[in-house]
Design a protein around this ligand. Structure first.
Ligand SMILES: [Ca+2]
Ligand SMILES: [Ca+2]
Ligand SMILES: [Ca+2]
Length: 466
């Protein structure tokens, strides 16, 4: 794959709305900027959890669980990390078990030990509703002062990808005897998947320098971002068994030495490369209707390099099949802040952006901002839990009224008697619903509310007084 893509500079200017909030024009869409979380330590991973909260790792050794409506958070895990998390190593990637309702487990990668030597652990914890407990070590690697990866991503087949950096020893990336400089694939219990490309090995790809971005795209495509040394930061598609070239090949196969190596080793070339390096980081596939201008693109966090001159959020627009990048738009460079990671609210389409301060390796001030299309967000429930109505009077006799905090859109409802019989159904498109219950016999009922992201129920009583 030697694919060229156009680089488009898009200049978006911030302005101040009447509310005092800064707004950003993205084509025809206006995003309002909010400071969601401040005062925490270096955010490294942010993700939208299956419990409809925003979760964050801090490189300093903490996991935070954040209420996306208020920014309030609790610390749910604390670990001692290498060098106190002041350098590149520390607490890094995180992922949730895909069957959260029955198996609320959280996967976390962190480095511990002395400042230049230590271990990198992939651990899984149980979520007990308050904190992460019962640590189980799934994998232990060497940790280094630099290049420890590590992002995690659960694939649709319920296996887990983990990026492992070369810990500054570039020769390890091509060695099949080392897990460094690789993408690794595990079963969710930590065992080696039977269909991994190399028998009895965690190794899924090799020749990776330090990949710190992983995202699932359309049709199961897995994208990765990877730091280059001085040239050639890369944006790749992960292929089972692929050799990504490092350290013999940087970026595309385009020098005579590289061409020979690429030929012999069937090297997978990036979709896009950046020279000089811009320090590419967390990525997320975006396809939400809230920001039509960003649909079918990969959002790429850019730290900005050692000199800190390229910080931005890049939007990599994709071809229809997702196998190539057509153009890059750039936003938010005017903050002059390293952008470490992003997450997306699946309901409102809001984009959360984690900033790490202006200088390498990220020392603050730290902030998570939310960029929200108010025109879209105000019309949908922020979280499925918002579907849960207030019901009154309860018990009721002649009529029951349901009320929601937010206006609902395209939400279907069915009312069931506890015998299982459905007694009413329809659609809610606002904040209230009143049902006539005169013909219903005394007993317990529940209303089930369903929209694209899930179902919530609420129970109520009908009492016939006559
Ligand atoms: Ca993320
Ligand atoms: Ca490469
Ligand atoms: Ca090259």
């Amino acid at each position: 794959m030697n694919l060229k893509s156009a680089l488009l500079g898009v200049f978006s200017l911030a302005s101040l709305a009447a509310t005092g909030q800064t707004t950003w024009e993205i084509g025809n869409t206006t995003l309002t900027e909010y400071d969601l979380v401040t005062g925490m330590q270096i955010p490294w991973e942010i993700l939208w959890g299956p419990d409809d909260h925003l979760w964050m790792t801090s490189r300093k050794g903490e996991v935070l669980r954040i209420d996306p409506a208020t920014g309030d958070y609790t610390t749910v895990l604390e670990k001692n990390v290498m060098n106190g998390g002041n350098g590149e190593p520390g607490m890094l990637g995180m992922a949730m078990h895909p069957e959260w309702e029955t198996t609320p487990k959280v996967y976390v990668v962190y480095c511990s030990g002395s400042s230049w030597n230590g271990q990198e652990y992939l651990s899984v914890f149980d979520w007990n509703g308050t904190e992460l407990v019962n640590e189980q070590y799934l994998l232990t690697l060497d940790a280094g002062g630099i290049h420890n990866g590590s992002r995690l991503l659960v694939l649709p087949d319920n296996t887990l990808l983990m990026t492992a950096g070369d810990v500054g020893s570039s020769g390890l990336a091509q060695s099949m005897n080392s897990l460094q400089g690789k993408t690794l694939r595990l079963n969710l219990d930590g065992s080696i998947p039977a269909d991994n490309p190399f028998p009895d090995s965690y190794i899924y790809t090799l020749g990776n320098r330090n990949s710190q971005g992983l995202a699932l795209g359309p049709n199961g495509i897995v994208y990765a971002s990877e730091h280059g040394q001085n040239s050639d930061d890369e944006f790749n598609i992960i292929e089972a068994g692929g050799n990504y070239g490092w350290p013999q090949v940087e970026g595309f196969c385009n020098t005579s030495a590289e061409l020979d190596f690429c030929e012999e080793n069937n090297v997978v070339e990036p979709l896009k490369a950046w020279t000089p390096c811009i320090a590419v980081n967390g990525i997320e596939y975006y396809n939400h209707e809230a920001i039509p201008e960003w649909q079918h693109s990969v959002l790429l966090s850019v730290l900005g390099g050692l000199g800190g001159q390229y910080e931005r959020l890049s939007v990599l627009h994709l071809t229809d099949n997702g196998f190539d990048v057509t153009s890059e738009d750039q936003y938010f460079s005017s903050f002059n802040q390293r952008i470490r990671d992003i997450a997306v609210n699946p309901y409102t389409g809001s984009v959360y952006v984690a900033f790490n301060g202006p200088s390498y390796p990220g020392s603050g001030p730290n902030i998570i901002k939310e960029f929200r299309n108010e025109a879209f967000a105000s019309s949908v429930a922020e979280r499925p839990s918002d579907l849960k109505p207030m019901a009154f009077p309860n018990p009721c006799s002649d009529r029951i009224q349901f009320e929601w905090e937010h206006e609902l859109r395209d939400v279907k409802y069915t009312v069931y008697a506890f015998t299982g019989e459905s007694v009413a159904q329809g659609q809610v498109n606002n904040r209230q619903l009143t049902l006539d219950t005169k013909g219903w016999s005394s007993g317990s009922y529940f209303i089930a509310l369903t929209h694209a992201q899930g179902t919530r129920t609420a129970t109520f009583q009908v009492v016939r007084t006559e």
